[in-house]
Design a protein around this ligand. Structure first.
Ligand code: 5AD
Ligand code: SF4
Length: 423
């Protein structure tokens, strides 16, 4: 979601005559787009703002947007008095107001709903992967999570608006559509005129009809909202990639209950089985939190066991960090940092092993991959496999940026694959 927000902010400022620069000291406006989900990233925001303040041109405007902006609100101006703007995740379309009145302080952290989508200018050229948000906010109230506070309750965008965005993306360069939402598979929109209710499966069906679009995916999914119509898409729609991010967070039933994630492990496993029946080559990725309040050694071992059972690829694990406005922050039995670190190292190392073994299993296979562009050296092209692995290919006349190509995988390690383009 932050990648999408960043792209839209850049496009909006380009319309006002700005262009992007990598040099802080050249910039006329500097925007720090922030995430408040975990404490570590949040803590870095104010030290980064301090650095920006010292390095920027004296008259350059600077500010924060996104979830940390919403969380900090007016206190951000107290901490950094010369900050020019503080805009929450649903009001960054108000940014041009500061261009009109650069001497004011612009603060807007309202949860305005879907207004920003109507007010943002359309992008003239789409990247090869077009991120299309379909809903904002979340109605699940996981006890550790700040998202329901920073992004608000779930709101689904009108079906027609989303299709207009996917068509525009398809006509201006997109090859892959990635539907986005904090609870993407909770998408539900009822057209008042017809009374018809649309779900994510309907969006996938319609998008698959666009000739230029060759790959479709969506993230991030809540396990119990993997309804049968959506699972069925993996059986019937070949453009839907065989890869799904469906965070389990913990393998312990007790911890899941305290996290207020009210599904049983058996139900989660059943959903994975159904997905595999629909698409035998599907791979699943997950997010994990270790060291949730009260997590025992045995709870943690159960997380290791579920990782082993599902054989996740491409997963992320985090140390639990207490967040403001969340119930878990007030729970007793917070876990000492040293134990969290130990558990994280153990889980990470196992997830890396799973990734390496999946990567190695791809050697010798040919996969249709999407080119993301050259690497830093310019000698190679970076492709994405259908499983979101990075695959490095020597740049030759046969390779072509921003295109799909059949790549034969020739080598693999934990982090990436090597491959060559097939004729
Ligand atoms: N502490 C650690 N990790 C968290 N996440 C969300 N909230 C917290 C928290 N308080 C993780 C979850 C989620 C991912 C986006 O961030 O794993 O899926
Ligand atoms: Fe946060 Fe995801 Fe839980 Fe929603 S489902 S509250 S976004 S962790």
């Amino acid at each position: 979601m932050n990648v999408y927000d960043g792209q839209r902010i850049a496009a909006m400022l380009e319309k006002h005559g700005f262009e992007q620069t990598d040099a802080l000291s050249d910039a006329d406006i500097i925007i720090l787009n922030t995430c408040a989900v975990r404490e570590k990233a949040t803590n870095k925001v104010f030290s980064a703002l301090g650095r920006i303040r010292r390095a920027k041109k004296p008259d350059a405007l600077f500010g924060i947007v996104g979830c940390v902006a919403r969380e900090a609100g007016a206190t951000a101006f107290q901490r950094i008095p010369d900050l020019n703007f503080v805009l929450g995740p649903q009001s960054y379309h108000k940014l041009p107001e500061i261009l009109k009145n650069p001497d004011t302080k612009l603060l807007n952290i309202d949860l305005t709903g879907l207004e920003k989508f109507d007010e943002l200018p359309q992008m003239e050229k789409s990247p090869a992967v077009a991120y299309i948000p379909i809903q904002e906010g979340c109605n699940h109230c996981c006890t550790y999570c700040i998202v329901p506070y920073t992004r608000g309750r779930e709101l689904s965008r009108p079906f027609k608006d989303i299709l207009r965005d996917t068509e525009l993306a398809a006509n201006t360069g997109a090859i892959e559509i990635c539907f986005l939402g904090q609870n993407v598979n909770g998408y539900k929109y009822t057209d008042e005129a017809t009374g018809k209710t649309y779900r994510l499966s309907d969006l996938i069906k319609e998008t698959a009809k666009l000739n230029n679009i060759k790959r479709i995916r969506f993230t991030s999914s809540y396990p119990t909202e993997m309804t049968d119509d959506l699972i069925d898409m993996f059986r019937t729609e070949p453009k839907l990639l065989p890869f799904l991010n469906m965070p389990i967070q913990s393998g312990s039933q007790n911890v899941l209950t305290r996290m207020n994630r009210p599904y049983t492990l058996n139900l989660y496993i059943d959903i994975v089985d159904k997905l595999k029946a629909a698409r035998p080559d599907i791979q699943i990725s997950s997010d994990f939190i270790v060291g949730f309040p009260g997590e025992t050694d045995s709870d943690f071992e159960q997380t290791m066991e579920i990782a082993k059972k599902i054989k996740y690829i491409n997963s992320y694990s985090f140390k639990y960090s207490p967040r403001p406005h969340t119930a878990a922050a007030l729970m007793k039995d917070q876990i000492p940092e040293s134990i969290k670190s130990e558990r994280l190292a153990k889980l990470d190392s196992y997830l890396n092993e799973l990734q390496r073994s999946f990567n190695e299993s791809c050697i010798g296979k040919t996969m249709e991959c999407l080119c993301e562009g050259p690497d830093k050296t310019g000698k190679h092209l970076v492709y994405r496999t259908p499983y979101m692995q990075q695959c490095i290919v020597n740049a030759t006349s046969k390779t072509c940026e921003k295109q799909l190509a059949n790549i034969r995988i020739t080598a693999a390690n934990k982090a990436s694959l090597r491959g060559e383009v097939q004729d």
